[in-house]
Write a protein that binds this ligand. Structure first.
Ligand code: ZN
Length: 225
């Protein structure tokens, strides 16, 4: 990856990280994001600097295989273990968003699990979003629980804390973050009105089999270029 390509990726990551803050999916210096480059280095947002106030030079580089910080001018996000362990366990992902979306946190606090109520949920998240039990944030315990829960799914909910979404591209991981909160909000509203119909396995499979959905998904995975 050339310096120019890396700069473009970091610019796009910062743009979407700031969007996450603008859309209310994190507040203040909360949440953190990262990408993994083609040389096996992850670039993670720094600790304590809100996305709106940081520049692309503030992302902290860390070697994924060794966990070594390659430039220590700034401290990496306090959730560094979470990002590192996920990249080490999942060679198929290049981007991670950790957010604090209000509806996701509300439902998790009363143990209402996210379920598919609409087609975009299935397309971007599949038919299952695991929820990880509450543990102290920023600990290796939490990072290990997340890695276990996300073996073969693109997102998870952290009880009383927030959400994690991963992707092949920045836009894919971000879209998943948006769909998690939208899914939680729609579920919250539907439950106020009655008992919602949950899409069945058969419904989900039929959506995933649609050629147009497979096309849209591939497009999103290649969309960072
Ligand atoms: Zn958090």
């Amino acid at each position: 990856m050339t310096d120019e390509e890396l700069k473009k990726k970091k610019t796009l990551l910062l743009e979407y990280s700031q969007l996450m803050q603008k859309e209310g999916l994190v507040i203040g210096p909360g949440g953190n994001t990262s990408i993994k480059d083609e040389d096996g280095v992850m670039w993670i947002s720094p600790s304590g600097i809100p996305f709106m106030e940081m520049s692309i030079d503030d992302f902290v580089p860390i070697d994924v295989s060794t966990g070594k910080i390659l430039d220590s001018r700034l401290m990496p996000s306090s959730e560094v273990a979470l990002h590192l362990f996920l990249y080490q366990a999942r060679s198929d992902i290049n981007c991670i968003f950790h957010s604090h979306p209000p509806y996701v946190i509300s439902l998790s606090s009363v143990d209402i699990l996210l379920v598919p109520l609409f087609p975009d949920f299935v397309v971007y998240l599949g038919d299952y979003v695991p929820q990880v039990t509450y543990v102290t944030p920023c600990t290796e315990d939490m990072a290990q629980l997340v890695v276990q829960a996300m073996k073969d799914v693109p997102s998870c909910v952290l009880k009383n804390h927030g959400a994690i979404a991963v992707g092949k591209s920045i836009k894919e991981a971000y879209t998943r973050t948006q769909v998690l909160e939208s899914g939680a909000q729609i579920l919250f509203q539907a439950k106020l009105l009655g008992e919602p119909y949950v899409l069945s396995k058969k419904d989900s499979q039929a959506i995933l089999n649609l050629e147009i959905e497979q096309y849209r998904k591939k497009l999103l995975q290649k969309s960072d270029k």
